[in-house]
Design a protein around this ligand. Structure first.
Ligand code: CUA
Length: 430
């Protein structure tokens, strides 16, 4: 018998694998500091809500138990390897020492230890399942939970507020609807009903809660609470087709006062940006958020630094932009009808009545477009409208809206000037 030697090829391959893993972590867009501190936008370690915290606690219990097992088994193994190793040539050919197989003390002891460790994991697991299943009583002391229905589409999210009814222009009422950005009050429990219109999606906000599947013909739900106002990153966590990886969304948690202001504004019919309205908005913005300090006529920065202050950037999006052009907006609104956008999108109070795509009544006030993929700047929206299939391959706006799915023929053309008008119109919807 020969002792195993280190094979230089194996060592090389191990080092290469290690380097590749390290490189992948870098390629994934994580900053190096984030890789090691496990922070970042979608961290499940640095969490901001009780549901994610309970999931994180359970994870840590499992880590501790597994670390304990690893250390004990590893130590026993190392001890046996060193103590009973062959020390001479005759040891190499010696009979094995008496074996411990069948020793009742060892066997019953190992079974008991395994059961005890499983119980240590099972208790917080059951507590966690119970706690995360539905909003606990103690969270409902200050009033009922905020109710939201989230619906998955290939590839975006619709959010409905069934208890926040809005008056429809044609008469009657319907729940408030928004797309890809779920706005909630901080410190309040939110119960999310999970639905899908097509395939299975999964709803996941790593820092707040997750993940629960959106299943066809099955009503799932989850609850979460954001401890403090903030801007949270969510995404679909179940493979659902070619653009699954870019099916994202945001959760914006506001103070109670800001949330009320937001709701008030959302419930209004779509803004009509004629010359008088633009002049009025310049001196008195329609929505003034608590921390928003805007000088009259102040210009908005074209590309807010989201990483530095995403919630601040989102707040900036809430007010009408400087330099709105009523004529261009009116042209955009007309094009929105002529180019058949209205058949898939709703702009409550204007012409749009479609339900296939996201509700756009307040799309200009969202910080992102295309299900959280692009920052909602004029330039980005121009690029998105010009070539949606580039940013979200297979999406139904392009495949079916712009082009006939069967013949691949374009249904209409859009030149840059027309897109500029459409962008002006959509960005006027605050
Ligand atoms: Cu929706 Cu993956």
């Amino acid at each position: 018998m020969t002792r195993p030697r280190l094979d230089p090829h194996k060592t090389y391959r191990f080092a290469a694998a290690l380097l590749a893993g390290f490189g992948l972590a870098l390629l994934s867009g994580c900053k190096l500091a984030q890789v090691f501190s496990l922070s970042g936008h979608q961290s499940t370690v640095h969490v901001d809500g009780p549901v994610a915290q309970s999931q994180q606690n359970l994870f840590m219990v499992t880590v501790y138990v597994c670390t304990f097992i690893f250390v004990v088994v590893g130590a026993v193994l190392a001890y046996a390897q060193i103590k009973f190793r062959a020390k001479s040539e005759s040891d190499e050919h010696a009979e094995p020492p008496p074996q411990g197989h069948g020793n009742p003390f060892v066997e019953i002891g190992l079974i008991a230890a395994s059961v005890a460790l499983l119980v240590v994991i099972a208790i917080p697991t059951l507590q966690g399942i119970w706690y995360t299943h539905d909003v606990p009583e103690e969270e409902l002391k200050n009033g009922p939970a905020i109710e939201v229905t989230a619906t998955g589409y290939q590839w975006w999210f619709k959010f409905e507020y069934p208890s926040e009814m809005v008056k429809l222009p044609a008469g009657g009422e319907a729940p408030l609807v928004t797309g890809n950005e779920l706005v909630v009050p901080a410190g309040m429990p939110v119960r999310v009903q999970l639905r899908t219109v097509d395939v299975i999606h999964s709803f996941w906000i790593p820092k707040l809660a997750g993940k629960v599947d959106m299943m066809p013909n099955r009503g799932n739900f989850l609850w979460f609470k954001a401890d403090k106002p903030g801007y949270y990153y969510g995404q679909c966590a179940e493979y659902c087709g070619e653009s699954h990886a870019i099916m994202r969304f945001r959760v914006i948690a506001l103070s109670a006062r800001d949330y009320t202001l937001w709701l008030e504004n959302q419930k209004q019919p779509a803004r009509v940006a004629n010359a008088e309205a633009i002049a009025a908005a310049a001196s008195a913005p329609r929505v003034q958020f608590a921390s928003l300090k805007m000088a009259p006529g102040e210009a908005l920065s074209a590309s807010p630094q989201f990483d530095a202050d995403p919630l601040g950037a989102w707040r900036e999006m809430q007010k009408p932009e400087a330099g709105e052009d009523a004529a261009l907006i009116a042209t955009g609104r007309k094009l929105f009808q002529e180019k058949t956008c209205i058949s898939c999108h709703t702009v409550r109070g204007h012409e749009g009545i479609g339900i296939t795509g996201p509700d756009l009544t307040r799309v200009g006030a969202r910080s992102t477009i295309a299900a959280g993929v692009l920052e909602n700047t004029r330039e980005r929206m121009h690029e998105w409208i010009k070539n949606p299939n580039h940013y979200k391959p297979g999406n139904k706006m392009f495949n079916g809206g712009y082009t006939d799915v069967e013949t691949r023929q374009s249904k209409f053309t859009l030149n840059d000037g027309e897109i500029d008008a459409l962008v002006a119109y959509l960005h006027s919807l605050k």
